[in-house]
Design a binder for this molecule. Structure first.
Ligand SMILES: [Mg+2]
Length: 306
């Protein structure tokens, strides 16, 4: 197809695009659901894609849920989904430590119970999840007790993040050979009504600043998330479509991996945002310009029902 970038996907173009791919990666929040509500028509789209023989996968930077928790949520919302089709950063982080780093030792985890579960599922022990209270007496901060078996610091979303955790992470990271992995760099999590809360990127940056080291991240836009799907299911980049609502994570992941890209307008980014990147003429920003956009993924329905 020779159409210019950031083209509105409609009419015959929808079927043309779907015919050109075997696999479709969907971001979750702002794409197939918003908070606890499915985007209208999204379950039908996903289920029909699968009935039409497409492989469908879900890739999310949110590290607060395990694969099972995602599959349960999706099933409750009407999506025909299995656990092995879900690639969240909690799971991908565990896979990264296991398969790429070949970690031998424990993880000091700034993160959630879901991350602990995914680490344990691949046989990696952790310490650190949950609150790390400070006791009454004066603390010798530079000499807090450390677990000698810890060989990696992992940072994901952690509602119990604290100065004590930041300090502990820094002490581990100044030790020889300690690995440093983050789930993702999203700085804000948008909520309904225009509100937002700090994202994992804020916590990761705090730890990086303290440790004076840069973490390797596994989440979008880093290609590891696609590698994870591709290696398990034999997905070919040139026969794959990435659908997302964020230009700086979803669309950039697609561009980084050579996938076709589709922006949906039910979430964070707008067509004006995409056009601003396109018109900037800045080569580094072109990866954030999607091939196509739709108002909602429900716009794919007519092509699937016809
Ligand atoms: Mg999203």
């Amino acid at each position: 197809m020779s159409v210019s970038k950031c083209t509105r996907l409609s009419g015959a173009l929808v079927k043309q695009l779907l015919d050109s791919v075997d696999s479709i990666l969907f971001d979750c929040d702002g794409v197939i659901w918003r908070g606890d509500q499915a985007i209208p028509g999204a379950p039908q789209v996903i289920n029909l894609l699968k009935e039409n023989g497409k492989r469908v996968f879900f890739v999310t930077n949110n590290s607060t849920k395990s694969r099972k928790m995602y599959a349960d949520k999706m099933t409750a919302l009407g999506f025909d989904v299995t656990e092995d089709e879900v690639f969240g950063t909690a799971y991908c982080c565990a896979m990264y430590l296991k398969t790429v780093c070949k970690l031998e030792g424990k993880v000091y985890l700034i993160g959630s119970n879901a991350m602990r579960q995914e680490l344990e599922a691949v046989g990696i022990q952790q310490t650190g999840v949950g609150p790390d209270h400070i006791c009454g007496k004066p603390i010798d901060w530079a000499n807090v007790p450390l677990d000698p078996e810890v060989k990696a610091v992992v940072v994901g979303f952690d509602e119990h993040f604290s100065y004590m955790k930041l300090n502990r992470a820094m002490q581990y990271l100044t030790q020889q050979g300690c690995l440093f992995v983050g789930t993702n760099r999203d700085t804000r999590l948008p909520l309904e009504g225009g509100k937002a809360v700090p994202g994992t990127g804020c916590l990761l940056q705090a730890v990086e600043t303290a440790a004076q080291r840069e973490a390797q991240t596994v989440g979008k836009p880093n290609h590891f998330m696609f590698d994870c799907v591709a290696s398990q299911f034999g997905v070919k980049a040139d026969r794959c479509l990435m659908v997302g609502d964020r230009l700086d994570t979803d669309i950039l992941l697609g561009s980084n991996c050579g996938l076709k890209t589709l922006l949906t307008l039910t979430g964070v980014s707008t067509v004006a945002d995409a056009e601003a990147h396109q018109k900037s003429g800045c080569p580094e920003r072109q990866g954030m310009v999607p091939d196509y956009y739709v108002e909602s993924i429900a716009d794919l329905l007519p092509a699937l029902q016809g």
